[in-house]
Design a protein around this ligand. Structure first.
Ligand SMILES: Nc1ncnc2c1ncn2[C@@H]1O[C@H](COP(=O)(O)OP(=O)(O)OP(=O)(O)O)[C@@H](O)[C@H]1O
Ligand SMILES: [Mg+2]
Length: 352
């Protein structure tokens, strides 16, 4: 196979685990999942507990095999040596040899990739410093705190200078400084042209640093797109503050059938529902020489969007989305109704 610029292409992967007494129970951890990553992007994989994020990332790194589907990493099959040499991985719960020091551990990891000695020592020093664990570098890992272990895990994932970095919950267990450091490291990786895929529950971080994100629930892709696109689906209302007389306000209310009792120091605050065309409304304000003090779109936050998918892990319903969507204030419902699963459109778009 030829090297490709596309860091990751997942085509219809599924994974079912056998569990319970005599392995009679089945858990569909990943179901017909497809998406493609672009070179140089930071991509967030979001989903509630048990959604299938770790299973997906394990499949991508060749730790477990999918029941079906295809994965290409830089054009190579996921399990090939060529693909692996381009990938760095931080697992959700990394296992460390406790009696090794951080330096010894990184030495061991570098040896797996056959790094030349000089390059290896330079790289280890660089990463120890970059991840602020240089001072503890010669301490055994059993004496490391959780955040320090997480930093060591990230150093390990970067030791082979990978082009695609896959991180499972990299921000968990980190204090605010650690989270800021990790965010900075991840965004710097993008500046170097690297591609980053990471799962996270810390939505503000995803909102801040990701170019695109996918939301999965019950192993299925629910939404995928740029953060802006995901959030633009959820403009709930626009808050407009105006300076106007009571007469002017009642004229507006009559024409646009809006109601407001919110008085401010110098006028009124109107919460414009999304069905009223904002531009036309503003034109009316200007025509009536009403002073506009502020216009604030109240957007759906990633957290709200996420909560719409945050269902129990009960697998009785085929998608588990039905009830949720019916009460969804995000306007995602229409989307889903257009296709039987609501997923097809997304998937096709991404595979192209
Ligand atoms: N080895 C396994 N054997 C049986 N079931 C498994 C196994 N690994 C995962 N599962 C099941 O697969 C589903 C998805 O698990 P996974 O660990 O991928 O979720 P996750 O999205 O990473 O969740 P979290 O946010 O809690 O880390 C869960 O129902 C889990 O119980
Ligand atoms: Mg997980």
């Amino acid at each position: 196979m030829k090297h490709s610029e596309v860091p990751l292409k997942i085509i219809n992967i599924s994974k079912t685990f056998k569990t319970g007494f005599l392995n009679l129970k089945r858990v569909k951890a990943v179901c017909d999942l497809s998406f493609t990553m672009k070179k140089g992007e930071i991509f967030g994989l979001l989903g509630p507990n048990g959604a299938g994020k770790t299973t997906t990332l394990k499949i991508l790194t060749g730790l477990i095999f999918p029941d079906q589907g295809q994965i290409e990493e830089f054009g190579y099959p996921a399990n090939s040596v060529k693909a692996r040499s381009h990938i760095g991985f931080l697992p959700e719960n990394p296992y460390f040899y406790e009696y090794l020091t951080a330096r010894e551990f990184l030495n061991m990891c570098a040896d797996i990739f056959n790094l030349p000695k000089k390059e290896k020592l330079e790289k280890i020093d660089y990463l120890l410093n970059k991840l602020s664990i240089a001072e503890a570098a010669d301490r055994p890992l059993r004496k490391f705190s959780k955040g320090m272990l997480q930093r060591t895990g990230l150093a390990q994932a970067l030791i082979n200078d990978p082009d695609l970095i896959i991180l499972d919950e990299p921000l968990s267990g980190l204090d605010p400084i650690g989270r800021r450091d990790f965010r900075e490291i991840i965004t710097n990786l993008r500046k170097q042209g690297k591609t980053v895929l990471f799962s996270s529950h810390i939505l503000s971080d995803v909102e801040e640093i990701c170019d695109r994100a996918a939301i999965i629930a019950r192993g299925k892709l629910q939404e995928i797109g740029t953060i802006a696109k995901l959030l633009s689906k959820g403009v709930k209302e626009t808050e407009i503050e105006i300076e106007a007389t009571k007469a002017q306000l009642s004229q507006l209310q009559k024409k646009w059938k809006i109601f407001t009792n919110n008085t401010t120091l110098s006028g009124y605050r109107i919460n414009l529902p999304p069905n009223i065309p904002l531009q036309k409304f503003i034109k009316d304000l200007v025509a009536a020489t009403i002073t506009i003090k502020s216009i604030k779109p109240h957007k759906e936050s990633l957290e709200n969007l996420f909560l719409n998918f945050n269902m129990s892990t009960d697998q009785n319903s085929p998608t588990g989305l039905q009830n949720n969507k019916q009460s969804s204030p995000t306007g995602l419902q229409n989307n889903k109704q257009n296709s039987p699963t609501g997923l097809q459109k997304n998937k096709d778009k991404e595979i192209e």
